[in-house]
Ligand binder design. Structure first.
Ligand code: C2E
Ligand code: MG
Ligand code: MG
Length: 490
């Protein structure tokens, strides 16, 4: 411990000072001076080394980095600083215990030494954060970072336990990013940007990152209070049957009215809520609110499904299904009138909990929709096993339908796949009559997009439903849009 060393040094110094100059004393003094020199060098070495892993300490790395920059200045050439942080060290600590977490850090140190080679000056900064440098430009730094990400995605055996510890990596470069004293903090900033975006990836430092990071942190602080301050609202966007043009369902889309920033898009705040554990309560609020509105429509005679987007985080919650089942029951909504929209990438996640949630959804008779289809990497075997009733063609393909042959082929394949698997195919993001015509010709079952209706507050959708439905019958006829549609389709 440093204070023990410091005390020993102090007492040795005191003894040396107090010794006189006799022959015996001179000998003793020399012995003590030698001891002191040894202790001081040991102390200096300790300060430069990380006790747990034997890597350099931060202090050691900083001095090595200065040396590396001097070399680049005198001999030319460039190098990158790479900052790596384990994504879930806290969870590993809680789940496996401190001893295993420390062994994981030692194993990570070994992986880093093997992949980076002798010259890298690998250091452990603290906890699960490491840094090192590699000679060469940004492309070399990216290659090394990619190799590390891939390696860390594989499992690591610690005693009898098998763990996976993904990592986030930030890269800064010399001389591109300026003075060497800033390289470590720039690489750390890039690493944190990766973490905020979900981790298990790498990116290169960019001058805008400081501002982005501050924005994200302030957004996170505001997001924590948004629910209790009542700043959320659900908008609804109808899905339209392509044959009858009736509204078949309304998809709930979350809106956050921020007091200063105004409207913040779910595309911005949902990834933050997912990452920082806020999606559980927000997701439950969405489900309850959607059910309240759907119960109200039902009481007024509107027969539409209500669709709710369910995130990856929610799919991994043990009690999600119990919560949905009790909420719909409380509001008198039949399970097949409640659609769970789950993105293709989450649906293909092969985690036990996610697949269990799917099984429970199937058993309970929910209407399951695979959202943003065509963007992920579907395994047909997995898709066939899912209790899905609907595929939603991703908006990207719909947008490009008129101009791009590939988008048309993909949309066509999705419609055929849907037919083969007896799933209803919905196209989202339809903005033009041309897109609508192509999709109807392909045999798409349901249509959704600004062409029919923008997402809107529940009350507005309700009013629109009654205005459009002349006889206020149970089936909501979308006569409001039929004229536009028919003009295009005829
Ligand atoms: P999504 O579920 O695929 O929703 C479709 C998005 O496309 C919505 O964006 C919608 O407003 C937009 N959109 C609909 N029609 C058109 C169109 O014709 N043209 C264009 N350009 N866009 C159209 P939004 O509301 O910003 O939501 C984005 C994503 O955020 C959603 O994608 C969904 O993944 C997620 N999200 C929204 N609300 C929730 C929620 O309550 N829970 C969860 N977990 N995710 C949500
Ligand atoms: Mg959706
Ligand atoms: Mg979608």
């Amino acid at each position: 411990m440093p204070w023990v060393v410091a005390l020993t040094i102090a007492s040795l110094l005191a003894v040396i000072v107090s010794i006189g100059f006799g022959v015996r004393e001179t000998k003793r003094r020399k012995e003590l001076e030698a001891k002191l020199a040894l202790l001081l060098s040991q102390n200096a070495k300790d300060q430069l080394t990380d006790r747990l892993t034997g890597l350099l300490s931060l202090e050691g790395f900083e001095s090595a980095l200065t040396g590396r920059a001097d070399k680049a200045d005198s001999a030319g050439g460039s190098f990158c600083v790479i900052y790596l942080a384990l994504d879930e060290l806290g969870m590993i600590n809680d789940g496996f215990g401190r001893e295993k977490a420390e062994k994981l850090l030692v194993a990570t140190a070994e992986i880093l030494k093997t992949i980076t080679g002798e010259q890298a000056a690998v250091c452990r900064i603290n906890g699960g954060e490491f840094a090192f440098y590699v000679s060469g430009g940004i492309n070399i730094g990216q290659d090394v970072a990619q190799k590390l990400c891939r390696r860390m995605e594989q499992s690591i055996q610690i005693g009898a336990a098998i763990m996976t510890a993904t990592c986030s990596i930030g890269i800064s470069a010399y001389p591109e990013h300026g003075a060497h004293q800033n390289l470590l903090s720039f690489a750390a900033l890039a690493m944190r940007t990766v973490k905020l975006a979900g981790g298990s990836d790498f990116c290169v430092y960019d001058v805008h990152m400081g501002t982005n990071m501050r924005d994200q942190v302030s957004l996170l602080l505001d997001l924590r209070k948004a629910l209790e301050l009542g700043q959320f609202e659900l908008y609804f966007q109808p899905k339209v049957d392509s044959e009858t043009l009736q509204f078949t369902a309304a998809e709930a889309l979350l809106r956050w009215h921020h007091p200063e920033k105004g409207f913040v898009s779910p595309g911005v705040f949902i990834p933050i809520a997912e990452k920082y554990g806020l999606m559980g309560p927000i997701g439950r609020w969405v489900i309850a609110e959607a059910c309240t509105k759907a119960a109200n429509w039902k009481s007024r005679g509107l027969r539409m499904r209500v669709a709710v987007n369910i995130s990856g985080y929610q799919m991994r919650e043990d009690d999600l299904m119990e919560y949905i089942e009790s909420t719909i029951e409380q509001h008198g909504i039949a399970p097949n009138r409640f659609t769970c929209e789950i993105t293709e990438s989450v649906a293909m996640e092969d985690t036990k909990v996610t697949q269990q949630t799917f099984e429970k959804m199937g058993r309970a008779g929910f209407h399951v929709s695979i959202d943003d289809f065509g963007t992920g990497y579907s395994s047909l075997a997995t898709l066939r096993k899912l209790p899905a009733a609907e595929l939603k063609i991703d908006r990207a393909f719909v947008t490009d339908l008129e101009a791009n042959e590939d988008a048309r082929s993909i949309a066509h394949s999705i419609v055929s796949l849907g037919k083969t698997l007896k799933l209803r195919v919905v196209a989202e993001g339809i903005e033009t009559v041309g897109q609508c015509e192509i999709l109807v010709q392909m045999g798409c079952d349901e249509l959704q997009g600004y062409l029919f209706a923008m997402p809107m507050p529940a009350e507005q959708l309700e009013e629109m439903a009654f205005d459009a439905s002349s006889n206020k019958s149970k089936d909501f006829r979308a006569s409001l849009y039929s004229s536009t549609l028919m003009q295009g389709l005829n």
